[in-house]
Design a protein around this ligand. Structure first.
Ligand code: FES
Length: 199
């Protein structure tokens, strides 16, 4: 059975241990504000600080998501077949040549809507009422029909986009999905929210 003395002894041990830990934390407190001053604050992130994406592990045909300005930004590594199929869809698309200037920077106003053809960088939000479309890379799945060459399907009201985010004709979405400003820091690092230095 424990006594008051036992408890006091235990408490003293606890206090000693706590003091030691606090000493350690004290050191950490010195370092943290220093580090913080070098990284963007959360408020700055929300306001639109650039976000870096590491695509070194992104495999062909795969899609990854990073968050920028509170929105999902997709990075899709397209295969040569996916790129070849883009050219065959023109007649089905509302803005096949990306003429609506608000939907991509000038340097992405090209056949693949990207800086490097194989990597699509795009805000993952439907241009109808803002749902997030689903990635549907399959060829001719039963629910999307025999002419489907892969793309994005918005489950909210059925808008369809190809693998460059170009909207199909006859769906509720009025424009292609948005390509944000971005630039490459290296072959495997993409900075989202900043134009290339040459743009
Ligand atoms: S929000 Fe995507 S189709 Fe309406």
């Amino acid at each position: 059975m424990s006594t008051v003395d036992d408890v006091d002894l235990g408490r003293r041990r606890f206090l000693t241990a706590t003091a030691t830990v606090v000493g350690g934390v004290g050191v950490a407190f010195v370092a943290v504000p220093f580090l913080k001053s070098w990284s963007p604050s959360e408020r700055a992130q929300a306001a639109g600080a650039p976000v870096e994406a590491d695509i070194s592990k992104l495999e062909e045909g795969a899609l990854m998501t990073v968050e920028w300005r509170g929105k999902p930004v997709w990075l899709l590594k397209r295969s040569q077949k996916m790129l070849d199929d883009l050219a065959s869809l023109k007649n089905n698309l509302l803005d096949p040549n990306s003429e609506m200037a608000s939907q991509q920077p000038k340097y992405a106003q090209n056949a693949t809507r990207s800086i490097k053809p194989e990597v699509l960088v795009m805000v993952g939000i439907c241009t109808h009422l803002g749902c997030s479309p689903t990635f549907r890379p399959e060829i001719a799945p039963a629910d999307l029909g025999p002419n489907w060459k892969g793309g994005f399907f918005c489950p909210c009201h059925g808008s369809l986009f190809d693998l460059a985010g170009r909207v199909y004709k006859g769906v509720p979405a009025p424009s292609n999905m948005e390509v944000p400003a971005y630039r490459y820091l290296s072959d495997t690092r993409v900075l989202i929210g900043v134009n290339p230095e040459t743009a």
